[in-house]
Design a protein around this ligand. Sequence first.
Ligand SMILES: NC(=O)c1ccc[n+]([C@@H]2O[C@H](COP(=O)([O-])OP(=O)(O)OC[C@H]3O[C@@H](n4cnc5c(N)ncnc54)[C@H](OP(=O)(O)O)[C@@H]3O)[C@@H](O)[C@H]2O)c1
Length: 321
Amino acid sequence: MARVSRFGDASAMVLARAPIRPPRGNEVVVRVTHASLGATDLLARRGGYILHPVPGFVTGYDFVGELLTESAVSLALGLRSGAVVAGVLPLMGAHATFLTLAPTLLVAVPPGLDPATAAVLPLDAITAAHALELAGPARSVLVQGASGAVGALAAQLALRTGATVVGTASARTADRVRALGAHVVDHTDRDWPALVRQAAGGAVDAVIDHTGTERDRDVLAADGVLVRTGFAGRAGHERSDALRGAAAAARDRRERVCSAPLYVATRRNAYRRTLARLLADAADGSLRVAEPLVQPLADIWEAHRAAEAAPAGAKVVLTTA
Ligand SMILES: NC(=O)c1ccc[n+]([C@@H]2O[C@H](COP(=O)([O-])OP(=O)(O)OC[C@H]3O[C@@H](n4cnc5c(N)ncnc54)[C@H](OP(=O)(O)O)[C@@H]3O)[C@@H](O)[C@H]2O)c1
C-alpha cells in the first residue's frame, strides 16, 4: 500500500505492507488490480485536503479489482467471487493490494470495459453526476475546468440533458472541450465572466466549479445554483481556505458543496446505480473517459510525478500486476 509519510512532494510517499484485514459480517475482500491517482491524491499528499489533515493515510479513492470472497449481501447484489468490480471508498485507502470492505461499495465492471479504463472513472464520474444532481434542472450550465478529469465528465452529462454548456479551459486544452460539444471560454482571460454570458446567451442556471472563485456569481442567474466540487485555495492554506469556502457555501441558499465521498457514505443505493450506469456508458462508448496512463504501484514515486505531469484527457492508473 502507498502511504503519505509526511506532507510534501512525491518523495513523501512510502510503500508499506499490512496483513489483509479479515472480513467482518458481510464484508468482502477485493484484490485491487487498478486504482486511479488524480488531483485529490496529489492535493492530499501535499497536505491540502480537508478530509485527510494528518499524514499516515493510504491514498486513493477508487479502484477496480477481483472479488476474492463472497457474503450474503454480495450474493444478493449479484457479486460472486471472481467478479471484476469497481468502487469508490468513503475515505481514501484504495492504493493498496487488498481491500476489505462492504459489498455495497461495489458494482460489477461491464464485460468489454478494460479494467484500466474502468479505473479512471468511479470517483470522477460520481462527482460529476452528483454535482449535476445538486445543480438541478438547468437550461444553461457553466463547467469550470471542463478539460479536466471531473469537468469533462460534468460537461458531457450536462450536454446529455440538452442544456447549453459553456466550459472553461486554457488555450492549451480548449480543443478537448470543444470536441465534447461545449462552448469554450479561456479561464485565463480577465473578462471570462463576460465571455461566458456571451457564449450562454445570458446568465447561466448552474455553475459547477472547483476553484472557489467568487466571480462565478457574475455569471449566475438570480435563481441559479452554484455547485462547488473544490476550492483551489492559496498555496500552503488550502485546507483553511476550503473550510472557509465550504462555510460560506453553507450560508448561501444558492450554493451547494458536492462531496463524492459523502455521497458514497450516505447515498449507497443511488451511488451504486449511478456508477453502474456510467460504467455501462463508458463500455458502450457513449461517455468519453480519460485515457489511463498505467504505472506500477511498486514505483509510486514515478507514478506521482507522472500524475503531476499528466496531459489533459489522461489520468494515472496504478496497477498491482
Ligand atoms: N468534490 C469531490 O468529491 C471531488 C472529487 C474529485 C475531484 N475533486 C476536485 O476537483 C478538482 C478538479 O479535479 P480534476 O481531477 O478534474 O483535476 P484536473 O484533471 O487536474 O483538471 C483541472 C482543470 O482545471 C482547469 N483550471 C486550471 N485553472 C483554472 C482556473 N483558474 N479556472 C478554471 N479552470 C481552471 C484546468 O484547465 P487547464 O489545464 O486548461 O488550465 C483543468 O481543466 C480538484 O480540486 C479535485 O480535488 C473533488
